[in-house]
Write a protein that binds this ligand. Structure first.
Ligand code: AMP
Length: 291
């Protein structure tokens, strides 16, 4: 069990469920544990979750696990960026108390498959439509981490807004007592949502990517000016048709709770715009509240 003692704080790193649970069992019942699940290749967006978790809880546990069952494409899993030493040093600087870095076998045993969940229409649109089985994989790993660590609260970024909604639904379905805390999207200064995948962009692609958030902001401006959802969708599609470096996979406007795509706005419901774009082989997602 390695123990890092850089930067004057002590952060403990665990690879085994048993050792982690032994440690967590020592937390007083009147103290809280906040969990921040990640796939590593950490950036400021992840660290903002740690910061929030530290404010709310006496102890913070981060997990680093590239979950194979949520990847629908083998290439994407193989190419997922990894830098464990850097991640651990960032977590320690951020004041994280514990890190769980399990192997695939430690999490899944010999049976590396996702459970079958039923989230109704919510996991069949947008990410669920284009990444087959993705949310079964997400729900499976998050449920497993909740079972292992039994956190009081768990922190998720609105960057993956649909994932957040799915996790809330999973917690309701399984009657788990953990509180799910949504955290705002952190962006680069030019608007690109921070993502582990951004390091895979070449210079030209990186320069092209602020266009993604510009379109989300433009969609919001059009919505506020009273444009109907269909013309907003068409305007975004047209913009991407003329951009040689970015390929639009989907642009969808959906209500913020059920994530049901909306043809028209009912004048009341809270709605968001969601986007997925390819820059070469790199797939990027983002979203924005329209009202
Ligand atoms: P990942 O490592 O991509 O699985 O992300 C781990 C957590 O960090 C998820 O809850 C993400 O939604 C969150 N996250 C990723 N990027 C950002 C960002 N730019 N701003 C806020 N949260 C983020």
């Amino acid at each position: 069990m390695p123990l890092l003692t850089i930067f004057n704080t002590e952060m403990e790193v665990f690879e085994k469920v048993d050792f982690l649970q032994e440690k967590l069992a020592k937390i007083d019942s009147n103290q809280n544990l906040g969990l921040v699940p990640t796939m590593g290749a950490l950036h400021q967006g992840h660290l903002s979750l740690i910061e929030r978790a530290k404010k709310d809880n006496e102890f913070v546990l981060a997990t680093i696990f590239v979950n194979p069952t949520q990847f629908d494409k083998a290439d994407d899993l193989i190419n997922y960026p990894k830098d464990l030493d850097r991640d651990l040093s960032l977590l320690e600087k951020a004041g994280c108390n514990y890190v769980f870095v399990p192997s695939v076998q430690e999490v899944y045993g010999e049976n590396v498959v996702a459970e079958d969940y039923d989230f109704g229409p919510m996991d069949k649109v947008m990410e669920g439509r284009y990444r087959s089985g993705h949310f079964d994989g997400v729900a499976t790993i998050v449920h497993r981490l909740f079972e292992i660590a039994k956190p009081n609260r768990a922190y998720f970024g609105e960057k993956d807004y649909q994932q957040l909604a799915i996790i809330k639904a999973m917690v309701r379905q399984r009657s788990m007592s953990v509180e799910i805390v949504p955290c705002p999207i952190l962006r680069e200064t030019d608007g690109l949502a921070m993502s582990s995948r951004n390091v895979r962009l070449d210079d030209r692609q990186r320069q092209a990517t602020p266009f993604i958030y510009q379109n989300l902001e433009a969609a919001k401006v059009l919505f506020e000016a009273g444009q109907d959802l269909d013309s907003i969708r068409k305007a975004v599609q047209l913009g991407f048709d003329q951009n040689p470096l970015l390929e639009l996979e989907y642009f969808e406007i959906a209500d913020q709770d059920q994530l049901l795509p909306q043809k028209t706005w009912d004048g009341q419901s809270k709605i968001r715009a969601f986007i997925a774009v390819f820059a070469g082989q790199v797939r990027l997602i983002d979203n924005i509240a329209l009202n």
